[in-house]
Design a protein around this ligand. Sequence first.
Ligand code: NAP
Length: 309
Amino acid sequence: MKLSISVVGTGRMGSALARALLQSGYRTTVWNRTKQKAEPLAALGATVATSVLEAVNAAEIIIVNVSDYQASAVLRDDAVASAIRGKLIVELTSGTPHGAREAAEWFAAHGASYLDGAIMATPDFIGTDAGTILISGPRQAFDANEEMFRALGGNVQHVGEEPGRANALDSALLALMWGALFGTLHAIAVCQAEEIDLGELGRQWTAIAPVIDGLVADLIKRTNAGRFASDDETLSSISPHYGAFQHLLELMEARKIDRSAVDSYDAIFQRAIAAGHLHDDFAALSQFLESPDKRSLRSGPREGSLLAG
Ligand code: NAP
């Protein structure tokens, strides 16, 4: 007999999660603030609960997928809190590492097990082999329910016991994604200003995508190894990057394209170059991402102790 699972929140993603569970034969109860959005799931076999408490009472595992952690507070109601003892809460709402740690403490204090996850996929990937969800929290709670997680996606992974880890990885991977998407916006703006057909941009992008993939992988690998000085395997040092980057700045300035995002890249280049890294590997830039506030905080006490000495 498969476990009973409740899904709290049936927006686009929550509905996809519930559909995947139903397809795999789980007895599934759903609750949504706006009940009409949960009702189509009844036709697929779900029970539609009329309150969060009813959804919690109906299942051993409660999957939460609402817009943010503030909305997840529907589970922290006094009546609901007393019903969650002994149950497993799987929070799949997007949030911060800090939010996940706070929630883990709250649920532990109320006698529930807690796993926090980050969904690295759009709803159409849920329930497919390519569906990726990162889960952090007690390994034993993940292992004991691996079959249920596999129903949600073929690439559901436990990424660590520390509850904030999945959300931290989520933000890191999204930073990478937005870097690419905002970079694409700049590429589009440059092509439009220079009257280059966007179909041409699409074709050229496809041709150079493997080069960029290689650079990203190399940057992560070299930073991990702390190999910042140029060596025989360096693909490109900061110097040629910075030269080509100046051409982009010049073009954007001439064509009146908003430079605010790329100016912040320039600031990182300049900090590294001022510190003597012009001919080091591009990975050396990874040492110059701290905010100016943090840098001055770090240098403050050192200066103070010198004075004191
Ligand atoms: P959505 O379609 O806008 O659904 C939002 C859900 O949150 C709805 O069920 C909504 O209920 C509920 N909600 C909002 N405020 C609430 C409150 N105060 N109390 C109770 N319920 C509340 O969004 P979604 O795309 O499903 O995204 C849900 C979560 O999945 C988000 O954290 C999102 O970042 C994450 N996610 C989504 C995707 C994606 O591609 N869609 C990918 C990865 C992660 P109502 O229907 O009553 O408004």
